[in-house]
Each structure stands twice: as C-alpha cells, then as structure tokens.
Design a protein around this ligand. Structure first.
Ligand code: SF4
Length: 371
C-alpha cells in the first residue's frame, strides 16, 4: 500500500484519568531506560514501515496518551526515517494536554512542522475535572490556550466531554463560551462512556439527559458558526480534520506504536487491517530484534466491508446516496426514520440522505437498524 496518512501512538500520560479505557501508562512507567528503548523501537518501526507510505504525506497525527510529553527533539528523532515524506502541505497534528505544554516547546514544535494542535480540555469546571481525574484546572486550560495561540499555531481543536455525572447544560454553555472566546477552529465533543466496572458508572446521567447534552452542544455550536460534520466533531468552514476524514472515508492509513491499528483498503479482496502489540515491553522487544510489532491481521469479508461502508457514511454529515436503499426493508426503515425526524434529505445535495442532529446523537442504534 501507499498510505498518505500516518498515525503515531505515544502511550504515556502524566497520570491515568478516571474514565480512560485507552491503552496508556502513567508517567511513572517512563523511566530513562524505558524511554530510550521506546524511542529506539519507534524509530526502528518507522524504518521498517516507511516503504508502505506514499512519497508525500497528506496527514500526520501524533496521538496518545499524551504526546506533548515528548520533546520536539525526541519527535524529530523518531520521525527521521520518514522526514522526507512530510511536506509543508502535510496537516501535522499533535495531541496535547493543558498541563504539558510550554511556550518554548510549542515554538520548537512549530519549527519542526507541527501545524495543528488538539487539546484535551474536557471541561472548564473544576469539580467536574477533579471527578474525571484530570490533573489540570480551568485556569491552566485557559492559559494553555493563550500560549498555543501566541505560538502562532492557528489550527487548534479542543476536546470537550458531555454526559458527565452532575454536569448541566449551563456548565456546558459556560465551557463553550469560554472556549470559543479563543479563535479555535475545531471542537470534538464526546459523550462520556464508561465500562460497567467503573466507579462512576452508576452516576452517569439518564439517556434523556445525555441526549439533551448532545443536542444542546449541536445547537450552540452550529449557532456560533461551526459545522457539525461528524457525530462528535464540529469545525469552522474549511477547518475539518483531514486526518480523521481520511479514516471516515475508508482511505489507507499506517499506524506506528503500541496498540496502533493500520488499514489498507486494497489489501486482500475487501481490505485488510492489522494491529500492533499493546504491551510496550513486547512492542519494544520485537522491534529491537528487528522483528515486526504486528500482533494480528485480518482480511475483511464482503459482509464486513458492507457494514463498514454504512457505518462510515452514517457518521458524516455528507450522508449516503439514496441508491444505497436497495431493498424494500431498507426503504421502509429509511421512511420510518424520516418520519421520526432522525433522517433527512441532504440540505444541499440531491438524492442523498443524512442523519439529523438527533439522528447523529442516536447513531449507534440507527446504524444497527439500517444494517
Ligand atoms: S490524558 Fe487522555 S489518554 Fe491519558 S489517561 Fe487521560 S484520557 Fe486517557
């Protein structure tokens, strides 16, 4: 494959947040020796996989974990094998936490070529931040945003959580007002989901309240110049996340680092995906012996590919062509969903259907019904 999108996973965080199910380790695991082994392994993987990348990258995304814990020199070191594929036109995003950025490091990140920052703010209410186990305060988040905009990076996205126990739409509105007082270009708003074993699980708001939060955020942001272009994502016109769009359009991507998933739509008969080992120790020991870090791979079946096609199309505000309603059952279901105000004709493109804001909020159920 010749992927034009590359994801790099940095699996360490300052500390583990109470709600997080991602594969990440607290900073205490990042001893000098482990850090050095991890960066050598990541660089080795970049050498090994570089032939799968196109000569020019459209997008590069460093996520985690908390990649802003890496110094710009460390980032430059691991990217050395693919440096010549990063162009001025590459959308290069780094995830950052408010508590782990400084004006100096941002200046150096910018010189390196990072031109988009995705900041995990989550909330601007100190009690909610504490409950979530985030280590920053509202003041730290706001001052981090000041620092980011002073650094000259203009393509800035923030993450916000809704459906948090005890959160109200008034809290959400306060956070949205404070965040959009900055010239942010993009905002991702995720509904807090927890596994049943999580101590906060029993305190989650009712489904009605969750829906109320999602619809409130949709109304507020669309009234303030943002497009709701994907289930959880809002952007000012012209500032959608190109990297994530690449995933949602079913294009090829390569991913490096522990637990990273890659996808090649031209692999096998219907596409192929593969995943790296999640354990950092296994990941490092394999690559430092010059072996692949891949844990498994699977070839998609025609049925899986069809499900994926629907799932991807229903996530995006661009929707799907009416011609996909190719059975009487699907036609009936689509008519029913339109009657319930969940599906609507695309506002500007003929013969396409798209989920309404309420449909986007209930997309999981709609996707399983339609598929
Ligand atoms: S900073 Fe992000 S990745 Fe790290 S523990 Fe918190 S939610 Fe998880």
């Amino acid at each position: 494959m010749y992927a034009r999108s590359l994801y790099i996973h940095f699996p360490y965080c300052e500390s583990k947040c109470h709600y997080c199910d991602f594969y990440s380790l607290g900073r205490e695991h990042l001893t000098r020796d482990r850090k050095s082994a991890f960066f050598r392994a990541l660089e080795a993987e970049a050498w090994l996989q570089a032939p799968l990348l196109a000569t020019e990258l459209d997008t590069l995304y460093i996520g985690g974990g908390t990649p802003s814990l890496m110094s710009p020199d460390e980032i430059a070191g691991v990217l050395h094998p693919i440096r010549n594929k990063i162009k001025n036109t590459t959308e290069w995003t780094m995830e950052a936490n408010p508590s782990s950025i400084s004006a100096n490091s941002l200046g150096d990140c910018r010189k390196l070529g990072i031109n988009r920052l995705s900041m995990g703010v989550q909330s601007l209410d100190s009690a909610l931040l504490k409950m979530l186990g985030r280590i920053h305060s509202p003041e730290i988040a706001l001052s981090a945003l000041e620092t980011v905009f002073h650094s000259g990076i203009e393509n800035v996205s923030v993450d916000l959580l809704c459906g948090v126990p005890g959160q109200t739409t008034a809290d959400l509105e306060k956070s949205l007002k404070q965040l959009t007082a900055f010239p942010i270009k993009h905002l991702s708003c995720y509904l807090l989901t927890l596994s049943p074993g999580n101590p906060l699980f029993g305190k989650l708001p009712t489904e009605d309240t969750q829906l109320e939060h999602l619809l409130f955020v949709d109304r507020w942001l669309t009234a303030h110049g943002f497009e709701h272009y994907e289930i959880s994502n809002f952007a000012k016109p012209g500032w959608r996340s190109l990297h994530n769009l690449n995933y949602w359009m079913g294009e090829a991507y390569l991913a490096l680092g522990p637990s990273a998933h890659s996808y090649d739509p031209l692999g096998g008969t219907c596409g192929r995906r593969w995943k790296n080992h999640s354990s950092v120790d296994t990941y490092c020991s394999k690559l430092l012996k010059n072996e692949s870090a891949q844990e498994w791979e699977e070839d998609l079946t025609p049925g899986q590919k069809e499900i994926e096609r629907w799932m991807l199309a229903l996530r995006l505000s661009d929707g799907f062509p009416v011609s996909w309603l190719d059975t009487s059952r699907r036609l009936e279901l689509a008519a029913q969903l339109q009657k319930e105000g969940l599906l609507q004709p695309h506002p500007s493109v003929a013969d396409r259907l798209t989920l309404t804001p309420k449909g986007l909020a209930l997309s999981d159920e709609i996707i399983s019904t339609l598929i």
